[in-house]
Design a protein around this ligand. Structure first.
Ligand SMILES: C[S@@+](CC[C@H](N)C(=O)[O-])C[C@H]1O[C@@H](n2cnc3c(N)ncnc32)[C@H](O)[C@@H]1O
Length: 308
C-alpha cells in the first residue's frame, strides 16, 4: 500500500495547530476519501438521476443539498454514461460548501474569480437555475481549455468563460456576488493524491498568501456595495486563510458574516496565530477538518462589502 508523504515541516506545523487532535488529523489525511457527486440539475432533476443510478445498483447517500450525494462502493463513476453526458460532476463534498454558502440568486451577476476546472462554476450555474450570469475567469491556458470544455459539456448557458489574469481586471463595483476559490498550497488534496505535499513548504504557503491577498482585494473591488464574496482555499494554513481575510477587512470596507452550512460539521476561524491577533469576528470564518466529516480539508469565509 502506498504511504502518504508528510514533510517534516508540515508535521511540526500541524502537530502544533491541531494539539490533542494531531494524530487523528494525520490519520484522516492518510485515508482515501469517499466519492461524491453534484447533480447538474439544469439537465435532470436530482431525485430522478438518483433513482436511475440506484437502479444500476449504485449506493447513494443524500448530503447537505439536494444536488449532492455521496457514493458508496462505486468504483469508476467517471466511466458512466451519465457522467460523460454531463448529468453529474465528481466533486469532493467539502469543496461544495463555499458555493452553497455564497447562495447566488437567479437575478445575480456573479464572478467565479479563479474558476478552472469549473467544479464550482457548475454549482453556481445550477444554484441560479440557469438564470442570471456567471463570469468564470481563469488565467492558465491549459486549465482554461478544461473550464471551457466543462461549461460546454454541462450546457451552462448562463456562464461566460474568460481567459485572463484576474489581477488585470479594472472594472469596479459590478458584481452582486464573487466566489474566490483561490490558488493555494493545496494541502487538502493530500487525501486524493498521496504525494500532494511533496512540494509543500512554508515558503510556498507564504508565497501563496501574498498572491491570495492581492486576488482577494481585487475581488472586493469588483463587488457592488453590500455585495457578498466567499473566499475559500483547500488549505488549513492560517497564512493562507485568516491572514488573507484579515487583510481584506483591514481595508476598511468589508465585514465578515456568518457562513455555516447546515448538515456539515465545522470549526470557527482562529483568533490568533503565531503571535498575530485577528479580528474578533474571525470566528465567523469556517475551518473544515478532515476528521469531522471524513472529507478534504477546507477553509472559507463570507465577506460583505460595506460603505467606504
Ligand atoms: C483552486 S483552483 C480553482 C478551482 C475551481 N474553483 C474549481 O472548483 O473547479 C485555482 C485556479 O486559479 C487559477 N489562477 C491562479 N492565479 C490566477 C489569476 N491571477 N487570475 C485568474 N486565475 C488564476 C489557477 O490557474 C487555478 O486554476
Amino acid at each position: 500500500m502506498q504511504q502518504t508523504f508528510f514533510p517534516q515541516e508540515f508535521r511540526k506545523k500541524y502537530a502544533a495547530l491541531m494539539g490533542s487532535e494531531a494524530e487523528t488529523f494525520f490519520d484522516f489525511c492518510a485515508r482515501k476519501m469517499p466519492k461524491s457527486i453534484w447533480v447538474n440539475s439544469l439537465q435532470i432533476r436530482p431525485a430522478i438521476l438518483a433513482k436511475d443510478l440506484r437502479k444500476k445498483s449504485w449506493q447513494l447517500k443524500e448530503l447537505f443539498h439536494e444536488n449532492a450525494f455521496e457514493l458508496e462502493g462505486v468504483e469508476k463513476p467517471g466511466s458512466s454514461e451519465e457522467f460523460k453526458n454531463g448529468l453529474f460532476n465528481l466533486q469532493e463534498k467539502a469543496s461544495m460548501i463555499p458555493a452553497i454558502c455564497l447562495a447566488p440568486q437567479r437575478k445575480d451577476v456573479v464572478l467565479d474569480a479563479t474558476a478552472a476546472p469549473g467544479n464550482k462554476t457548475l454549482q453556481l450555474a445550477t444554484l441560479m437555475n440557469g438564470a442570471g450570469r456567471v463570469v468564470a475567469v481563469e488565467k492558465n491556458v491549459e486549465r482554461f481549455r478544461v473550464l471551457r470544455f466543462n461549461v460546454k459539456k454541462f450546457g451552462l448557458k448562463n456562464v461566460v468563460a474568460k481567459r485572463m489574469d484576474l489581477l488585470d481586471a479594472h472594472r469596479k463595483g459590478i458584481f452582486d456576488k464573487v466566489l474566490l476559490d483561490a490558488p493555494c498550497s493545496s494541502e487538502g488534496l493530500v487525501r486524493k493524491d498521496f504525494d500532494a505535499l511533496k512540494n509543500w513548504s512554508n515558503e510556498l504557503v507564504l508565497w501563496k498568501s501574498e498572491l491570495q491577498k492581492k486576488l482577494a482585494l481585487k475581488c472586493l473591488e469588483t463587488l457592488k456595495q453590500n455585495g457578498e464574496m466567499v473566499y475559500s482555499t483547500c488549505s488549513l494554513s492560517p497564512e493562507e486563510n485568516e491572514e488573507v481575510v484579515q487583510s481584506v477587512i483591514e481595508g476598511g470596507n468589508a465585514e465578515l458574516v456568518e457562513a455555516k452550512v447546515r448538515g456539515f460539521e465545522t470549526r470557527p476561524g482562529l483568533l490568533q496565530y503565531n503571535g498575530k491577533k485577528f479580528d474578533s469576528t474571525m470566528r465567523r470564518a469556517v475551518r473544515i477538518y478532515p476528521q469531522d466529516n471524513d472529507s478534504q480539508a477546507f477553509f472559507y469565509a463570507k465577506i460583505r462589502k460595506t460603505a467606504t
